[in-house]
Ligand binder design. Structure first.
Ligand SMILES: O=C(CO)[C@H](O)[C@H](O)COP(=O)(O)O
Length: 230
């Protein structure tokens, strides 16, 4: 069974001291850094790019960096993120002209590849490309902003994707993103997720940068996950 990975979404971190925030949340026991890239075109918000990813690596972050591209077009930014130290690069299939080519480009750039599904995006985009996918990310909110509520239909979609992955025998992570908190993480794992993105649930809404908060929330998430079989 794949290990549970907790992936803080730095979208909700205090950007004025991002390196310290990432150090603190990783020191609290989080596993991978979820890095949301928004372009004010594919989604109505604008965030961070390869320079910030590179800066985190130069700062000394060695944990995997999970780059979630909410951009269109997709391909031209992939080599820049690979050079900047991304571990995973995931993208929305409807934002790419050639999904197979984009997946291959990510792997050829030395990164792990992934597809992201909005709440209403059909899973048919997985047809014919599953062998080129290292991660499937299901959005449990519509992309663009942190702090939204978990959309319950994501649980059925998780169960569907878990079955697809298990039937395939492939080594593919199943990540969930949006409204993940201490009080729903167990139910989300039971539905099949193994990688849990949490932004406001971990960092809070006020960007108050409290490392003690990260210790207690990551601990509570671990305890909630430990009691559940996937
Ligand atoms: O991709 C995202 C939004 O598009 C964020 O990663 C996601 O919403 C996490 O934030 P929260 O845990 O506060 O919902």
């Amino acid at each position: 069974m794949p290990a549970d990975l907790i992936a803080p979404s730095i979208l909700s971190a205090n950007f004025a001291k991002l390196g310290e925030e990432v150090d603190n949340v990783l020191a609290s026991g989080a596993d991978i850094v979820h890095f949301d890239v928004m372009d004010n075109h594919y989604v109505p918000n604008l965030t961070i790019g390869p320079l910030v990813c590179e800066a985190l690596r130069k700062h000394g972050v060695t944990a995997p960096i999970d780059v979630h591209l909410m951009v269109k077009p997709v391909d031209r930014i992939i080599p820049d993120f690979a050079k900047a130290g991304a571990t995973y690069i995931t993208f929305h299939p409807e934002a790419s002209e050639h999904v197979d080519r984009t997946l291959q480009l990510i792997r050829d750039s030395g990164c792990k590849s992934g597809l992201v599904f909005n709440p209403a995006t059909p899973l048919t985009y997985l047809d014919y490309v599953l062998e080129k996918v290292d991660m499937i990310l299901l959005m449990s909110v519509n992309p663009g902003f942190g702090g939204q509520s978990f959309i319950p239909s994501a649980l059925d979609k998780l169960r569907e994707v878990r079955e697809i992955i298990d039937d395939s025998g492939l080594d593919i992570r199943l990540e969930i993103d949006g409204g993940v908190k201490v009080d729903n993480i167990a139910e989300i794992k039971a539905a099949g997720a193994d990688t849990f993105v949490s932004g406001s649930g971990l960092f809070g809404y006020g960007r108050d940068s409290d490392p003690n908060r990260y210790d207690s929330i990551v601990g509570e998430m671990r305890r909630a996950l430990a009691g559940v079989d996937r």
